[in-house]
Design a protein around this ligand. Structure first.
Ligand SMILES: *Cc1c(COP(=O)(O)O)cnc(C)c1O
Length: 354
């Protein structure tokens, strides 16, 4: 009963209207047509269990990223992978570290297995590696880092991830959650996949829910040393990813054009939206620099984040307000379609300046 339930992004307003949903970091361009077709092709197999080992999917992931398929674990969204990691590497008496403004699933996964959450204070919403390291004790068994981080959009560069890993005791599993990694420029590679390839105590997690546009199908994966992956396989649900989902994910990986268009859209409109928020600085608004597909906007003026959240809902925009995570002063806004992002910027101007 100490666990605060996960609160999903809302899809409707208080009065039930279905409006622009900028609350769950979904892909505004939808899903790759090839992935949709691959999914539909499985409608004749609904009576059959899916491939429990997801062999074709793991081969496709391995081929795409140049990593060993036998060291990949698939799961019902990367949420399941995060839970499996905690299930395999944390328990009563153990401590698990994550940052103050982190992904809420880390706390749920930690407490679910009876371990203790240790919160690392943020550094202007970002992750400070020295602060994380200062909290390591003999009881620490895991560190969760989302990179880029959700809900802040902040990023830990490659050298800092390497420094964090190098300073952690070997028995501590470093989990680098790369749910938004496809939105990064190539120059911003944080090196975690390479670390997971060569080091025994690093797990990288990825998802098909964000840039690949397959959130409904619940497909994620993890990559780490053979021992780490083996421990997690022992406790996973055997048939966690559907046949249609496995096929859709394979097709989505191959549709590099769709991913490139999605990233280009995000680059353009994230920069534009950050600029628009910058113009509202005298009303106390600030866009926390983001490398993901959303921006955390903080409110330090006459209009509070909570007031803006309700006013945006009245105008037809649902964004994410996270007071339950200690983030009452900000709104996380997904980069939607051009019309949605122009509309939410205009609505914010009216709310704080009008
Ligand atoms: C969205 C997200 C995930 C992915 O969740 P799925 O279960 O794969 O849909 C994982 N981690 C973070 C930080 C996220 O924001």
């Amino acid at each position: 009963m100490d666990i605060a339930p996960y609160v999903p992004g809302r899809a409707t307003t208080d009065d039930g209207r279905k409006v622009a949903k900028l609350s769950s970091n979904e892909n505004p361009l939808g899903t790759s047509e090839a992935a949709r077709a691959a999914y539909q092709a499985h409608s004749g197999d609904l009576d059959r269990y899916p491939d429990a080992g997801a062999g074709a999917l793991r081969d496709a992931i391995g081929g795409h990223y140049g990593i060993e398929p036998e060291r990949i674990i698939h799961g019902t969204g990367s949420d399941e992978i995060l839970h499996l990691a905690a299930g395999a590497f944390a328990g009563h008496g153990d401590e698990v570290i994550h940052v103050k403004y982190g992904f809420s699933v880390y706390d749920i996964a930690t407490r679910r297995v009876g371990a203790t959450t240790i919160i690392a204070p943020d550094d202007d919403y970002g992750t400070n590696v020295d602060t994380v390291l200062s909290l390591v004790t003999p009881r620490t068994t895991m560190v969760f880092i989302a990179n880029p981080n959700n809900p802040t959009g902040t990023f830990v560069p490659r050298a800092e991830i390497a420094r964090l890993h190098a300073a952690l005791p070997k028995h501590v599993l470093l989990v680098v959650d790369q749910a938004y990694t496809e939105y990064l420029d190539a120059a911003d590679d944080d090196g975690a996949l390479e670390l997971a390839r060569t080091q025994a105590n690093v797990l990288v997690t990825r998802t098909f829910s964000k840039i690949f546009g397959l959130a409904a199908e619940r497909i994620g994966w993890g990559y780490g040393s053979a021992d780490v992956i083996d421990a997690m396989h022992r406790i996973r649900a055997p048939f966690g990813v559907t046949s249609g989902g496995q096929a859709a994910a394979i097709a989505a990986l191959k549709d590099t054009g769709f991913v490139a268009r999605s990233k280009a859209h995000n680059d353009e409109w994230r920069a534009w939206f950050a600029g628009e928020i910058g113009k509202l600085g005298n009303a106390g608004l600030r866009a926390v620099p983001s490398k993901a597909n959303f921006i955390l906007v903080t409110f330090g003026g006459a209009v509070s984040a909570g007031e803006a959240y309700k006013a945006l809902m009245d105008k037809g925009y649902i964004v994410r307000w996270l007071p339950g995570q200690g983030l009452g002063q900000g709104l996380r806004i997904t980069i939607g379609t051009e019309a949605e992002i122009r509309g939410v910027a205009q609505a914010l101007r009216e709310i704080v300046g009008g």
